[in-house]
Design a protein around this ligand. Structure first.
Ligand code: PXP
Length: 244
């Protein structure tokens, strides 16, 4: 089973927004990511429009034949945009204005009622819904009860942890990937991954896709986007997929 790579190109737009220029272009980035052999493009249209702008979404979607994964907060405004865009996938994420990036997982258990109508509207539109959640039993059970086909496990804690702390976090990711798979959920993972730490994640069974952004865009400054994607795919190539 090979592991797919979804490349998050938000930070190409971050660089553009820093100066209010028209470059670097997320459309050009998406084309290069596709040429490099990645399997999907991820974009996060934040409520504060910090990086990706509304017009980027249809422009990127029209420019590439790869599936688009739209990361989105559970907000009425963004839901309306998602329903018009109809990306292949929508990943519901928590969002706070002051955060540097998506900091924690979505509380699918605590926000069950608020999530239900959003999940239904997206699914009725034929969009594959994913929830970005912590590797915790209650969250996986809530995702299952919400009827989503997919989850994305938050790997940020693993990536930020010391080498002493990492084994316990990895064991939890392994156990929760297994639980989600047994419940019939497709399992993705992401946040904070780079070519150095991705190797540890290859022990997590049943992974379908890793969504990786910041480290690839950062590396691209030195080697170009195509090569940065290629390096990441090489680092992911040993994935076995099934149970150890
Ligand atoms: N997955 C989700 C749900 C995210 O919110 C993000 C960050 O936008 C990523 C993956 C990618 O994280 P990073 O940029 O740290 O690779």
């Amino acid at each position: 089973m090979s592991l797919k790579l979804g490349v998050n190109i938000d930070h190409v737009a971050t660089l553009r927004q820093a100066r209010g220029t028209h470059y670097p272009s997320p459309v050009e980035a998406a084309r290069l990511v596709m040429e490099a052999g990645a399997h999907g493009i991820t974009l996060h249209l934040r409520e504060d429009r910090r990086h990706i702008q509304d017009a980027d979404l249809p422009a990127v979607q029209d420019a590439v034949s790869l599936p688009i994964n739209l990361e989105m907060a559970n907000s009425r405004e963004i839901l309306g945009i998602a329903l018009k865009l109809r990306p292949a996938e929508a990943c519901l994420v928590p969002e706070r204005r002051e955060e540097l990036t998506t900091e924690g997982g979505l509380d699918a258990a605590g926000q069950f009622r608020e999530l239900e109508p959003t999940v239904k509207a997206l699914r009725d539109a034929g969009i594959c819904v994913s929830l970005f959640i912590e590797a915790a039993e209650a969250q996986i059970e809530a995702a299952h009860r919400l009827g989503v086909p997919c989850i994305e496990l938050h790997t940020g804690h693993y990536c930020d942890a010391s080498t002493a702390e990492q084994p316990a976090i990895l064991e939890r990711l392994i156990a929760m990937a297994r639980k989600a798979h047994d419940a019939g959920l497709r399992v993705n993972a992401g946040h904070g991954l780079n070519v150095e730490n991705v190797g540890g994640l290859l022990r997590v069974p049943h992974l379908d896709t890793l969504n990786i952004g910041h480290s690839i865009v950062a590396r691209a400054v030195f080697v170009g986007l195509r090569e940065a994607v290629r390096e990441m795919m090489e680092a992911m190539a040993g994935y076995q997929g099934g149970e150890p």
